[in-house]
Design a binder for this molecule. Structure first.
Ligand code: RIB
Ligand code: CA
Length: 312
């Protein structure tokens, strides 16, 4: 008789953001994980807006029980840069969504994470899907005590998306990313090489919309998120970057990874925030991350549609 493994306790550290919102919904619909709470960070929009968006999405699926704690409103040392050119002025432009019905906790995200992780009987998996400022602050404070691993959406082996060299989450706070990749914590990097294989199609949008009201909301998120990607890449859809990181926790095997050395470029302005992945082991650098190199995109979208369809 097969026994169901216990749910994996996770904290989603995010900057909603269209794909963050979809990652949050996938998390809520998946019994393989236990969402201990949501922390928010600057990134796709200001902290105020990313926090409001996390609360608004939780309201949509009547999950007022899930705590939201706001964290860093700017990078460790760099100036704040938001991605309104991608996610719009609200950070979640496109579908209509009422204002948040509650406030975030009156507790900083790093304090919340430290307290929640310490209280967990099972080591906690951190799933950051925005700039890594909160995670770096936590690691500097606790050394990663009682953290099982970090499964982050960010970086790229090949080309970037914020610049030719760097992916946005790492580019936005490269010093924070270096802290994370330098920490003695098991880390998985779900980068653009993998998430750019998770691009929606119009047929998938129709399947999502047919699953019910939440699926229709997700389809509307994709419709807006696709505008930037159509203009930039000529795609007829959008890459659901952040949901791939969550899917990797829910269903190991969807993402193929290799353990390699990853360093973050901090000195160059041209290559700021580049994740230098030693894919062919040229440098002798010790592996410090499991780096995503392939995605079962069919399996990923089957999981996404099935789980979104479970939401009320
Ligand atoms: O580069 C893609 C990443 O940047 C995603 O996490 C997206 O939400 C933005 O934060
Ligand atoms: Ca994000």
């Amino acid at each position: 008789m097969s026994t169901t493994p216990p749910a994996i306790p996770i904290i989603l550290d995010c900057d909603p953001g269209h794909d963050d919102a979809i990652a949050l919904l996938l998390t809520l619909a998946s019994p393989e994980v236990e969402l201990l709470g949501v922390t928010t960070v600057h990134g796709n929009q200001t902290l105020e807006k990313t926090t409001a968006n996390a609360l608004r999405v939780l309201d949509l699926v009547e999950r007022g029980d899930v705590s939201v704690a706001a964290g860093a409103d700017r990078p460790l040392v760099r100036d704040l840069t938001v991605a309104s050119h991608v996610h719009g002025e609200s950070g979640l432009d496109g579908p209509t969504l009422p204002p948040a019905g509650r406030a975030a906790l009156d507790e900083h995200a790093v304090d919340y994470m430290e307290r929640t992780i310490a209280a967990s009987a099972v080591p906690v998996t951190l799933v950051p899907t925005g700039p890594l400022t909160n995670i770096a602050l936590l690691l500097e404070r606790t050394g990663g005590a009682n953290v099982e691993r970090i499964v982050l959406m960010g970086g790229a082996i090949a080309e970037g998306n914020m610049t030719p060299a760097a992916e946005f989450n790492i580019w936005a706070d490269p010093e924070a990313a270096q802290v994370v990749f330098s920490a003695p914590i098991a880390t998985t990097m779900i980068g653009l090489d993998v998430t750019h294989r998770a691009v929606t199609t119009p047929a998938l949008q129709e399947r999502l919309a047919a699953t019910g009201p939440v699926g229709a909301f997700v389809a509307d998120l994709v419709a807006f998120f696709a505008v930037y990607h159509r203009e930039t890449y000529g795609w007829d859809g959008a890459p659901i970057h952040d949901a791939v990181a969550v899917a990797h926790v829910i269903r190991p095997g969807l993402v193929t990874t290799v353990d390699r050395n990853v360093e973050v470029e901090l000195g160059s302005e041209l290559c700021r925030g580049r994740t230098v992945v030693d894919l062919w082991r040229r440098t002798g650098g010790l592996p410090n991350a499991d780096v995503g190199v392939d995605l079962d995109d069919v399996g990923f979208f089957e999981l996404l549609v099935e789980r979104i369809g479970r939401l009320p």
